[in-house]
Design a protein around this ligand. Structure first.
Ligand SMILES: Nc1ncnc2c1ncn2[C@@H]1O[C@H](COP(=O)(O)OP(=O)(O)OP(=O)(O)O)[C@@H](O)[C@H]1O
Ligand SMILES: [Mg+2]
Length: 248
């Protein structure tokens, strides 16, 4: 079943006169592991924002989890896990890791309802899956960048999303954490949850079929399945053919 179906979309930022995403189509089915690569400013983050209804789609059609993104953005965001590229928590942010992960349940819960046993269990599972049990009582602003990133991944896992999207989730993580989280994402895919990862480095990709999407100048220039070992070479080649390349 197609969980993502984009047909000829164009998107522009508020006040921006030019389309950032241009005539882009993408189809993702259940249980796909999708790697999105391409140079800086190719539009990778904008693509994820578009699929989450955070940037206006001006032309074309976009369906995520069977919902029209332009009409049902709030519902889409409840069903999609989205770990954004850059976040910053003030050192005095009062929420603990445990609370931030539990906030992942709020879309299902509604803000004013008390969490149920099921909600606590989902948050607990997410904490254990990411391996941050020792951080639960710390406030998020006092953690390292990598620890904050793991917390935000747990927050999105607690959501029990139908689709998972992550924008450079490995950028702050050490080798061990990257390898460990690749295992977590592989499990998600095995459970049928399509997982889309924007990345610039490709070590430790799982040994499963990779749906590789390469973006250049706001559109997709490569969209095919390959193996983990082929990803880096294909991206290098694609960027040479289609423009600049700053991928490592
Ligand atoms: N909020 C915004 N308002 C206007 N233009 C924006 C905004 N965010 C990004 N852009 C523009 O959209 C284009 C694509 O940016 P985007 O962040 O999607 O690239 P990216 O592929 O994610 O790059 P990177 O690898 O550096 O993260 C860039 O030209 C950028 O200047
Ligand atoms: Mg980006």
């Amino acid at each position: 079943m197609a969980l993502i179906d984009l047909k000829g979309i164009y998107t522009a930022y508020e006040g921006g006169d030019k389309a950032v995403i241009k005539n882009l189509s993408l189809h993702v089915d259940q249980g796909e592991y999708v790697v999105i690569g391409g140079p800086n400013s190719a539009g990778k983050t904008t693509l994820l924002e578009s699929m989450n209804g955070l940037v206006k789609i001006t032309h074309g059609s976009a369906s995520v989890c069977g919902l029209d993104v332009s009409r049902s953005a709030d519902e889409v965001r409840k069903r999609v896990g989205y770990v954004i590229q850059n976040f910053y928590f003030d050192p005095f942010t009062p929420f603990t890791v445990e609370q931030v992960v539990m906030m992942g349940r709020f879309g299902r819960l509604g803000l004013l309802k008390q969490p149920s046993k099921q909600d606590y269990e989902a948050a607990d599972r997410a904490i254990r899956r990411v391996g941050i049990e020792d951080l639960v009582h710390k406030t998020i602003g006092t953690l390292s960048g990598g620890q904050q990133q793991k917390t935000m991944i747990a927050h999105n896992l607690a959501k029990e999303p139908e689709v998972m999207m992550l924008d450079e989730p490995f950028s702050n993580l050490d080798f061990h954490a990257r390898e460990y989280l690749q295992g977590v994402f592989k499990d998600l895919v095995r459970d049928g949850i399509p997982t889309l990862i924007v990345a610039h480095a490709f070590d430790g990709l799982p040994d499963i079929p990779i749906h590789l999407v390469v973006m250049n100048s706001g559109t997709i220039t490569y969209d095919m399945n390959c193996t983990a070992g082929e990803v880096e070479d294909i991206i290098r080649k694609e960027c040479k053919v289609n423009g600049r390349c700053s991928s490592r």
